[in-house]
Design a protein around this ligand. Sequence first.
Ligand code: ATP
Ligand code: MG
Length: 383
Amino acid sequence: MLWSKSFIFTSKETPQEAEVRSHQLMLRACLIKKISTGVYAYLPLGLRVLRKVKEIIREEMHRAGAQELLLSTLQPFSIWKRSGRDTVLGKVMISFINRHGKRMVLGPTHEEIITELVAQRVKSYKDLPLILYQIQSKFRDEIRPRYGVIRGCEFTMKDAYSFDRDEDGLQENYQRMIEVYTRIFSRCGLSHCQMREADSEMMGGKSSHEFVLSLASGEEIELGHIFKLGTKYSEIFGGVYLDREGKQKPIVMGCYGIGVDRIIAACIEKHSDEHGIIWPISLSPFKVLIIPLGGSKQIEDYAFSVYQRLEKENIEVLLDDRQESAGVKFNDADLIGIPLRIIIGERNFAQGKVEINLRKGGKVQVDKERLVGKVQEMVNGEV
Ligand code: ATP
Ligand code: MG
């Protein structure tokens, strides 16, 4: 991507409404834009990060044998009446009456819909165990939306549901999901995330655990929450199967949520300084930023040739080809936080050298001819 042609408009001012650092930096670095209270759009740079998180989640869920599906966002209100959770969620639910007089809900979560689906398909013990998941927008009319995407009214959740023959099966899948979550958080630069026992009021399950991260401010942001639901939903929606002896049994369920946007915000809270974001390479919108300085034709041509070679090698690269001062370019580079920067300055360049400079600190000088190889080496070694 060429910066001059991109939709990246950084800002120096800290937006007044943004109390926490991740919110401030997400706005300043042009990752998101506020559309309304608790409602945010992801801009091109932010969407790249969101995609990275989703891909990590997908890889780890698939490794555990889970299958992805996509349920509808619109749900009939009647299904919530059946589970009795219409009153539990209450005003959190965003609902409306459609033109045919039917009350519809923008899905705040999907236990009801998925249990009904599985209840209609699964018949035998041979169909179990099963783990299904989706990555989808959820809608909740939060009392106090705040901290940007950390508590929004529209947010992206990975929600998974396990279906087992018995409690032992549930226990196995539950344990498997704990391992999946640990891997996801660690790959997202959040290995400090802690698991602890939690309340399971809203889901009405038997027990639950949440994954929390403590921040410098002393606050904790919940990143994930997993529940042993037992047979509550399968009993309501007729989720039964025939066991080996031909006896009818209720399916035993678990559900497993991750706040995808919260992972991004938490990553920024943990990996940033007073100048901006310091992305771990796994989530960074680009792996490499090229910063040509001085504006000579020779340097510009060289920068562009490096850019093209890295693109050819499938290394995501942003070239700061704007006619801006070194100061502006460096400040923006620190703000958007790409881990590896190639700085092409006049003096070094005249001596056949280029600098590789790490956002987290540290730099090396390399020969112009060796640059691409060295960058590849560093990216593959995860910097
Ligand atoms: P909280 O306790 O923070 O209100 P919750 O217990 O209601 O969250 P769950 O229903 O367990 O949340 O949802 C699964 C995950 O979705 C949470 O662990 C969290 O990471 C994320 N999440 C929940 N509500 C929001 C929200 N309003 N904005 C962004 N992410 C959210
Ligand atoms: Mg929770």
